[in-house]
Design a protein around this ligand. Structure first.
Ligand code: ATP
Ligand code: MG
Length: 427
């Protein structure tokens, strides 16, 4: 029997990947740029389990969201508890923050995480059932500068990865006061069009009219076009907050567009919401989104602290990088590739390779090829810098000939000088 990947999942391979973005080296590059940028902005890594009590997501993400109502991988453990694979990271980070009383350790908290998320969605291009997100969460500061910093950091990460044609779409969903005014205005607007709304949006009108703005139904989209704007329903403090975020983004030359139709899919957002899009992804053109969530901590039983966060799909980032023709990474091969001729030489190569590695020099030994020619081809395939064929001549004379595979130049050395020679030419 031949096994296959479960639907909606993929493997990340060190070579010969199915899709170019499924190459381990690209993931390493992405992860290291993220870690470095996060450090410079003062964000520390947090790791939480990949599953949590289902209730955490019901409350922390919102029961009326698509994520919770349709997309969760939920199962019961042997003790009859309902658990779910995490569909996103914010709820888990907040749970952890509250559980470990981190609020007592300092007054502002800046986290990032990278890891798999799980959503039971219809697999299609750019949409998987196990995918990866970079998430950042800044807890404690209600200042608009915190919102702007989060946007700036993400923009930096994308820019350092070489992404082009990015657009920051910015909006506010106001504070509680603005939201109440705006919801009433939306209900007034949609009520006379009730028959034209999709079945789902009819329910949304009762439960959470803002969510209609997020609808992907063509009829809803048509109606949404003329719907009242949140921007004319803001309380003075929500208005000031939004203007300040815009002013700060201007001050660091981050290009953005105000898009009053962005509400984001999650229930917990307040004030600033934003998405970053690119033109090179076809249908799935959003690479990430986030916003401020000032009431979330207290609603999950924690201290009444404000927060702002963002999540971005790593698959989508890599797909854009590939679509925009970012230079393929050159594979780093071993510095030296030993090819033994015979059993005695094999032992010698084995010990030499071990010696190299103990001196932090990458090395490999040919163990499979029956012919020298195949060994040389393997060295080239691996992008080795040097190869060295070891046979009885070399063993008897205690010497080695290093051949540079690209320039074809050869260097004769006595074996005891090998390590110091290689150390000298290490880049
Ligand atoms: P969409 O409207 O595309 O379904 P979403 O609102 O569900 O997006 P978020 O929950 O905000 O997305 O997740 C943030 C980011 O995570 C998305 O912009 C995307 O890059 C990535 N993402 C979300 N779901 C998936 C998925 N099923 N497969 C791959 N990436 C995903
Ligand atoms: Mg979704």
């Amino acid at each position: 029997m031949k096994f296959q990947l479960p639907k909606g999942t993929f493997d990340i391979l060190p070579y010969a990947p199915e899709e170019p973005w499924q190459l381990t080296a690209l993931w390493h590059k992405l992860e290291s740029i993220i870690a470095e940028t996060a450090r410079e902005y003062g964000y520390a890594e947090i790791r939480t389990p990949i599953y949590e009590r289902t209730e955490l997501f019901d409350r922390g993400v919102g029961e009326t969201t698509d994520i919770v109502s349709k997309e969760m991988f939920t199962f019961e453990d042997k003790g009859g508890r309902s658990l779910s694979l995490r569909p996103e990271g914010t709820a888990s980070v907040i749970r952890s923050f509250i559980e470990h009383s981190l609020s007592q350790a300092r007054s502002s908290h800046k986290f990032y995480y990278i890891g798999p998320m799980f959503r039971y969605e219809r697999p299609q291009s750019g949409r998987y059932r196990q995918f990866h997100q970079l998430g950042i969460e800044a807890i404690g500061a209600s200042d608009p500068a915190q919102d702007a910093e989060v946007i700036d950091m993400l923009y930096q990460i994308y820019a350092r990865l070489g992404l082009k044609r990015l657009r920051v779409q910015l909006n506010t969903v106001g504070d509680l006061e603005s939201r109440a005014m705006y919801k009433a205005a939306l209900v007034d607007y949609f009520r006379p069009h009730l028959d034209e709304l999709s079945a789902e949006s009819k329910i949304r009108l009762e439960k959470n009219p803002l969510r209609i703005l997020d609808s992907k139904d063509p009829k809803d989209i048509e109606l949404v076009r003329n719907a009242p704007s949140i921007l004319t329903h803001l309380s003075p403090s929500a208005q000031t907050h939004f203007q300040e975020v815009c002013r700060l983004l201007d001050s660091i030359q981050i290009p953005y567009e105000i898009n009053d139709k962005i509400v984001r899919g999650l229930d917990y957002y307040t004030k600033t919401v934003f998405e970053i899009t690119t033109e090179d992804l076809g249908a799935q053109n959003t690479i990430g989104g986030g916003g401020r969530y000032d009431g979330l901590l207290s609603s999950l039983g924690g201290p009444d602290l404000p927060g702002v966060g963002y999540a971005t799909g790593l698959e989508r980032i890599l797909q854009v990088m590939i679509a925009q023709g970012i230079e393929p990474l050159k594979e780093q091969g071993p510095l030296v590739y030993f090819i033994p001729l015979g059993e005695e030489a094999k032992t010698k190569c084995f010990t030499l390779a071990s010696l190299c590695r103990r001196s932090h020099l990458s090395a490999d030994v040919e163990l499979c090829a029956k012919k020298v020619q195949t060994g040389l081809q393997n060295a080239t395939k691996l992008s080795a810098v040097y190869c060295a064929i070891i046979g009885s001549d070399e063993l008897n004379a205690n010497k080695i000939t290093l051949k540079h595979l690209e320039t074809r130049q050869t260097t004769d050395l006595s074996l005891d000088r090998l390590i110091s020679y290689l150390q000298g030419i290490q880049p």
